[in-house]
Design a protein around this ligand. Structure first.
Ligand code: ADP
Length: 364
């Protein structure tokens, strides 16, 4: 482990107590937090009465359209933004209402990576990471080994002497991660960390973030408008819409549901592309007059077994829409099927499908 190893090697203060022993402990608590800005056209409630808890050791994702309030929310964790009302408690200490100088010791325990990387262009890769160590008060003699260790961890050991402009976007973000980890933080905040990257470099950065969580035990809060980020690294997710958290839960549970709150539905449908939109439903209706049902593939074997029994029961089914995606620890999907046959047979068939998966009829 980068943290434990360096503590031993450099004789620096002992690392965090065993992460396993403290897993599940609340490390970030928002209690009825609101943040109001004075905008040109009146007041904007960027964050509106949010209460949520992030537990030690998890990757917590916050997703929503642009303007939903995600950046304002994450910036309140390290005090870059202060709530108008409510309290934010991080690592047992209240952040809200603290002065800048009183925030400094807490900020050292929280790393942050940014969409635009925010690297110092006049410094080398190693120089960028070393700067963070110097700021955190690391003695000069110990910095070099720590920089090397961090760059190895993010796979950039050979780029130490390069300048940011010589790196790809994914490499720049990996330097950003190394820098954020420099002082051995307990929490890492990722603010749209992959939004400036193309899909292949996105996965390279996400895999580093996953290792930061799994191998170093760092709690991660990632805000993003990209479903891919949530799907690949998050354990739990909050969906934000106009300042409010409209749905929250384990990633798998949330996205394998066929029904969502009205506020979350449009975001989830757009992000997942797993269910037909109104236009697609109209096109499907042109070619079939069967009953349209969406079925979640929580247990794809059970759903397949019911679909496989259709012919023997005088029911015809056609898959008209669907897809399966992998999450961090399982797969989920939604199939939309058109069912034709005797109404009673179709009804009984739908009842059996409901026992195998979550079923919702698509309204005409
Ligand atoms: P997101 O990160 O989801 O895109 P933001 O937190 O950046 O959302 O913004 C939420 C809302 O608050 C938006 O309407 C935005 O215009 C407004 N907002 C954010 N920061 C400020 C600010 N400093 N002054 C005025 N309005 C702001």
């Amino acid at each position: 482990m980068v943290g434990a190893h360096i503590a031993e090697q450099a004789g620096s203060p002992p690392g965090h107590p065993s992460e396993d022993a403290r897993a599940g402990e609340p490390v970030i608590v928002f209690d009825h937090v609101s943040r109001v800005f004075d905008g040109r056209n009146g007041q904007v409630k960027a964050v509106d009465d949010v209460s949520l808890t992030v537990q030690r050791g998890e990757v917590f994702g916050v997703i929503g359209f642009s303007g939903a309030g995600k950046s304002t929310l994450i910036r309140m964790i390290n005090g870059l933004e202060q709530p108008t009302s409510g309290t934010v408690t991080v690592l047992g200490e209240q952040v809200s209402g603290r002065s800048e100088s009183a925030l400094l010791p807490l900020r050292r325990r929280i790393g942050m990576v940014f969409q635009q990387f925010n690297l110092l262009t006049s410094r080398t890769v190693a120089g960028n990471v070393e700067y963070a160590l110097a700021t955190a008060g690391w003695p000069k003699a110990q910095r070099k080994a720590r920089v090397a260790e961090l760059l190895d961890f993010v796979g950039l050991g050979s780029k130490a002497k390069h300048y940011p402009e010589q790196l790809s976007g994914g490499q720049k973000q990996r330097v950003g991660i190394a820098r954020a980890l420099a002082a051995d933080p307990e929490i890492l905040l990722a603010d749209e960390a992959t939004s400036a990257l193309d899909p292949s470099t996105t996965s390279e950065v996400l895999s580093v973030l996953r290792r930061v969580n799994e191998e170093l035990g760092v709690t991660i809060v990632a805000i993003t408008h990209e479903m891919e980020v949530i799907r690949s690294i998050a354990d739990r997710v909050a969906v934000m819409d106009t300042g409010r958290v409209v749905e929250t839960g384990r990633v798998y549970d949330l996205f394998s549901r066929t029904q969502h709150s009205e506020d979350a539905a449009s975001f989830v449908a757009t992000a997942l592309k797993d269910r037909p939109n109104a236009e697609e439903i109209a096109r499907i209706r042109e070619r079939t007059d069967g009953r349209l049902v969406m079925v979640s593939l929580k247990d794809s074997g059970a759903v397949s077994a019911v679909l496989g029994s259709a012919e023997g029961r005088g029911v015809r089914f056609e898959i008209v829409h669907g897809g399966v995606s992998a999450t961090k620890d399982s797969a989920y999907g939604l199939l939309t099927v058109a069912l034709t046959g005797e109404p009673a047979a179709v009804e009984a068939f739908i009842a059996d499908l409901s026992a195998a998966g979550d079923v919702q009829e698509v309204q005409p």
